[in-house]
Design a protein around this ligand. Structure first.
Ligand code: HEM
Length: 224
């Protein structure tokens, strides 16, 4: 069968994907440390080790990277011409027929549905869920952050806005709990996401894994 290359994902979309993957990886490792100190440095007479502060620093750097990249990605989703394929995928969510076809495909009892956009409905809904979790983890992360840096900068600028949200969430201890539980939600997403990416690459044979690296996939039917 002849295959045609199709430009699917813009450079901005691919960079934001991998930067977020990196940020989330760093956040999970350092977040686990902040929740439960799993390494202890060698004892020192001088107050120079500050391991906890270093872990927190990297957590906050990765946290602000995640926030910045997510805002840029949301902007691309709305205005980027190449991201029209993502926006159009919303139409398939509205079709019950496509939902059933997709589920049958995953159960090996049907063919892959013809999709209008870049994502199938299950995939798109999973991504909306991920964005909701990233929003919540970022909001609770910023609430925790403003309690450490109130003297100036972003901490001072956000302090007055974060305090009422903190009260609405039930106080700082609760905010920390929500932040931690949301991490587990994001951690559940990752293996499913990787499994589905491999599944679709093998079953679809259209290079869907390649497209998040090179931007191109191989389309069996249409010429571009
Ligand atoms: C995928 C995203 C993230 C994950 C998985 C994550 C995970 C965690 C975890 C597990 C903790 C420890 C909570 C506990 O004590 O049980 C924590 C603390 C914290 N996180 Fe995050 N976090 C994320 C994003 C963010 C963001 C976007 C910010 C904002 C800058 C942030 C700022 C903080 C701060 C300030 C703390 C408290 C540090 C301390 O108490 O010393 N986090 N995070």
């Amino acid at each position: 069968m002849k295959r045609y290359t199709e430009f699917e994902f813009s450079a901005g979309l691919r960079w934001t994907h991998w930067l977020r993957a990196l940020a989330i990886f760093v956040l999970i490792v350092t977040g686990f440390y902040l929740a439960y100190v799993f390494i202890v440095p060698a004892a020192s007479d001088e107050p120079v080790v500050f391991l906890n502060a270093k872990f927190r620093m990297w957590h906050e750097i990765a946290g602000f990277l995640l926030i910045a990249v997510t805002i840029f990605k949301a902007y691309l989703f709305v205005i980027d011409r190449q991201s029209a394929k993502e926006r159009i995928a919303f139409m398939d969510i509205l079709s019950l027929k496509v939902w059933f076809q997709q589920i049958k495909y995953y159960l090996f009892i049907g063919k892959h549905p013809e999709l209008k956009g870049a994502y199938n409905p299950l995939q798109f809904v999973a991504y909306i869920g991920l964005y909701a979790m990233v929003f919540l983890v970022s909001l609770t992360g910023l609430i925790l952050y403003v309690h450490m840096y109130q003297a100036g900068g972003i901490g001072a600028a956000l302090y007055d806005y974060m305090r009422p949200i903190e009260a609405m969430m039930g106080g700082l201890a609760m905010v920390r709990e929500i932040h931690h539980i949301t991490m587990w939600g994001i951690m559940l997403f990752i293996p499913v996401h990787i499994y589905m990416a491999i599944f679709n690459s093998i079953m679809g044979r259209e290079g869907s894994m390649d497209s998040i690296i090179s931007g191109y996939r191989y389309n069996k039917t249409t010429k571009h």
